[in-house]
Ligand binder design. Structure first.
Ligand code: MSP
Length: 503
């Protein structure tokens, strides 16, 4: 199977993206770039989730139409992804007419197949939130249900709605979640399984009366209803790959689709999404890769906690995209929330990018130019170093293959530390002809640079160009065959940052 399809969640554009969105997007980009290096046929999809009450309200607040706002924000998101060097192939917007048609057609198909039905929905409603609260979600004041956010009594409302028969998929979901290893890491699969076992599965409302939510895709045969934003949003993954426009392309990529998502949207990407796919007769995704949160002082970073770290600040502090991408990839964690602060990010940037990788490139480059005019001819690679490079590269490949980007990076940092130690131990500056040492070190730098290329693409290209080698498939790299290095410059790749503030 030589295709690789990877998606990010599509983001709500009710504000610019922040470090949390960048965290997911950079991770997906690293996997996409790695797959391209492995010579796979990659399709990388990201985009914006533009319908629904959240966006409608946001536009109202700005005194603009929702369409104006989402158009502006699509440019803002694209621009941030460009500045972070995100190599997406297509940017999907749920207001794309092709997508809207997929949403309507899918809704109709499910209705015709009997998976969607109309019925009454009754419950306690907060007009301020425009939301129903289930028992357990609202608070009780003097025995009456109150909105936990507005602290006002809830109204009992009844409306007709369209339901999706989620309950019918219980056995199917349990069987898939227990056996198919789609959800990774597996603990998240267990989490969903035990929630289904404990709470069962209730049918879910997948439409709202148009008087309540006007900004969305209409139910095709009943325009007084708007389709629920999550039903609309999830379908982006099929539209984006050409489901409606290019079925052969869709099939080609869909067989190997990987969804990257934060743990906050796990339920939607498993219970709900798997059931919709099954109902539409579309195969389930190959993998749902779930990660934990970036937190600051114990709180999830986000607009509601007010502890957002801006992408602009990161880009200017860490000298552009490579620094930011490296830091985010390095602290990436699927299972545990990662606490970040500028102190920690400064330390990672300074110790690893500047002092370990940058320093080795600079030292070896400068020595090669000084001692051998930059021309280093092939010699036998130092035996021990050769072994270390081979071992670490294999571990790197294995970890990347298991979606473990931080683990893979750590392995390469270890190799680079061994490289720095080798310089200290062999003292090539004292030798008349340090060709063997420098050739060995350049091989180590070449392998490390290729391995880091998906994370720090700009620096990697620069080193490859200045030192005279190619960024190639890391699974095919051979040591000791490159005839000659031609070093034209010993670049300073990463200027250190001065630790100055704490957050
Ligand atoms: N629009 C929905 C997703 C629909 S996908 C069919 C949505 N959008 S969102 O703008 O709220 O983005 C949520 C995603 O952003 C999370 O799942 C996660 O990937 C990422 N993150 C936002 N804040 C984050 C952290 N503090 N930490 C890690 N990831 C974070 O939900």
């Amino acid at each position: 199977m030589n295709t690789f399809y990877i998606t990010t969640p599509i983001y709500y554009p009710n504000g610019p993206p922040h470090i949390g969105h960048a965290y997911t997007t950079v991770y997906a980009d690293v996997l996409a770039r790695f797959a391209r290096l492995l010579e796979k046929d990659v399709f990388f999809l990201t985009g914006n989730d533009e319908h629904g009450l959240k966006i409608q309200r946001f536009a109202e607040k700005l005194g603009k139409t929702p369409k104006e706002v989402v158009d502006e924000m699509a440019t803002v998101y694209r621009d941030y992804w460009l500045r972070l060097n995100i190599s997406y192939d297509y940017f999907i917007r749920t207001t794309d007419s092709v997508h809207e048609k997929v949403v309507m057609d899918s809704f109709r198909k499910l209705y015709e197949k009997g998976y969607v039905y109309k019925d009454k929905y009754g419950g306690f409603y907060c007009v301020e939130c425009e939301k129903y609260y289930l028992p357990g979600e609202y608070v009780e004041v003097e025995g009456k249900p109150y909105c936990p956010i507005h602290n006002k009594p809830l109204e009992y409302l009844e409306e007709e709605t369209y339901y999706f028969k989620l309950s019918e998929f219980k056995d199917f979901l349990l069987q898939v979640l227990r056996n198919d290893k789609i959800v990774y890491p597996e603990e998240y699969s267990l989490e969903v399984t035990s929630r289904i076992e404990k709470e069962g599965l209730r049918d879910i409302s997948i439409a709202r009366p148009v008087e309540r939510v006007s900004w969305g895709v209409k139910v095709p045969f009943d325009p007084s209803y708007v389709i629920y934003v999550w039903f609309d949003a999830l379908l982006n993954y099929i539209t984006g790959a050409g489901y409606a426009t290019d079925p052969s392309r869709f099939e080609k990529y869909w067989v190997n689709v990987h969804h990257v998502v934060g743990k906050d949207i796990l339920w939607f990407h498993t219970a709900v999404w798997f059931s919709i796919l099954k109902a539409l007769d579309i195969p389930l995704p190959k993998k749902v890769l779930v990660h934990a949160f970036l937190i600051n002082k114990g709180l999830k970073i986000g607009k509601s906690a007010g502890n957002v770290i801006s992408i602009d600040d990161l880009l200017s502090r860490y000298n552009g995209p490579d620094g930011v991408r490296y830091i985010l990839s390095r602290v990436f964690n699927m299972s545990k929330d990662s606490e970040v602060s500028f102190e920690l990010m400064d330390a990672i940037y300074n110790d690893e990018l500047a002092d370990t990788y940058g320093n080795l490139v600079r030292r070896v480059g400068a020595l090669a130019m000084k001692k051998l005019k930059g021309k280093i001819y092939r010699r036998e690679v130092d035996k021990k170093l050769n072994e270390q490079i081979t071992l670490r590269l294999n571990t790197y490949l294995e970890r990347m293959g298991n979606y473990d980007v931080p683990g893979a990076i750590i392995e390469i940092m270890e190799l680079l530390r061994e490289g720095n130690a080798y310089v200290n131990n062999t003292r090539p500056w004292e030798k008349e002809d340090p060709s063997k040492e420098l050739y060995s070190l350049l091989e180590l730098i070449r392998v490390s640079t290729i391995a880091l290329a998906p994370v720090i693409p700009n620096a990697a290209s620069k080193v490859a160009e200045e030192f005279g080698f190619r960024i190639e498939n890391p699974a095919r790299v051979q040591l000791g065959v490159l005839e000659r290095y031609n070093i034209r410059n010993a670049p300073i790749l990463f200027k250190k940052v001065m630790p100055q503030r704490s957050t």
